[in-house]
Ligand binder design. Sequence first.
Ligand SMILES: Cc1ncc(COP(=O)(O)O)c(C=O)c1O
Length: 424
Amino acid sequence: MSTAELHHTAPAALDTNWVRAQFPSLQTKVNGQPAAFLDGPAGTQVPTQVMHAIQNYLMNANANTGGAFLTSRRNDEIIAGTRAAMADFFNCDKDEVVFGQNMTTITLAISRAIARELKAGDEILLTTLDHDANFSPWKALEEKGVAVRQVDIREADCTLDMEDLKRKLNEKTKIVAVGYASNAVGTINPVAEITRLAHAAGALVYIDAVHYAPHGSIDVKSLDCDFLVCSSYKFFGPHMGTLYGKRQHLQRFRPYKVRPCTEQVPERWESGTQVQELIAGIGGSVEYLAELGRHCDPSAKTRREALASAYRATKAHETRLIWRLIDGLQSVPGMRIYGITDRQRAADRCSTISFRIGDHHPTAIATYLGERGIFTWDGNYYALNLTERLGVESLGGMLRVGLVHYNTMEEVERLLAALREFVA
Ligand SMILES: Cc1ncc(COP(=O)(O)O)c(C=O)c1O
């Protein structure tokens, strides 16, 4: 646990009125009913702090990087400011933060760069639980003669089979690519333990924290992972991705880049003009979370402490919601939940859940709910290995409900009532 996490332990109650007032889009209505955004895993709503940061950029700092004039200097300051904010978010140094279009594009770039050093006979360890963005970019390296091995799940609760992982990890493994949390079934993976095991075998660890980032504080120092990537549109920011990479790796691996692009870390990984107004927006999302943290705990001193305070409060709130939802779902006739439903294992899941109801097609349920202003997702959400492994891919996948801190108990009750009505 980092100093920030140790500083305070009791979560303050989340002030949902304050939270919801920051998100104008939560006022959306559908057929006269308030919209319930239970689609957070596909992208969260955005607070005014993010909108203002983007608007400020476009009004006052809209220029390319490195120019000898006012707006270019402002642009450079804003990018440096967001890098510092994301360094606090990850608990790393500023030059270990790389911006990119999204997690998928970043992962394709990093996997290709690492592949320059791989040779036939090397192995990569992937998982059945991961989003395809942390699978296909690595699987593509088979064309270089690299062997890909895949860690299975324990079907009963959709957790990673750690015994299988230990069996498949060996001295030939060069990379272990694993998700921090499943965007389909909400399982939180033991990534610190996986990193320790991988390092003991001599492998690097690439963590997909896209789904974890809205739910929990990330600490790359204590995880000791080599790379970790997330997307700000899943934690209340704009549509972009950000990577943490250990400085030594960002220096040593060779990106595919153009010659005039600097060799300096981290910019050598950011060839081409970035979506700079959205980088400003990422800064806004970290500022929003820090403001939330200070609202929950005014004694939080540093930005990192404020972020830890925010996550303690949001975690406690999301935990209350998800367990009420799980209890309620279990009394819906024909319900089959995929993932952890045992309260003893509460720490191993976040507030995302997938299920099927009898033979009902998930699209039919999502459409029924959508017409009533309840936004959920159906299908495989790109967790394709998982839906295939669970035998639901050919049946339309599962219905996914994702709760984040701006969701309320009333929305959970509304969803449960609508589902009971649907099956009646
Ligand atoms: C767990 C997880 N990983 C990766 C991705 C891909 O992220 P991006 O859209 O930023 O490429 C997603 C998107 O849904 C995701 O949920």
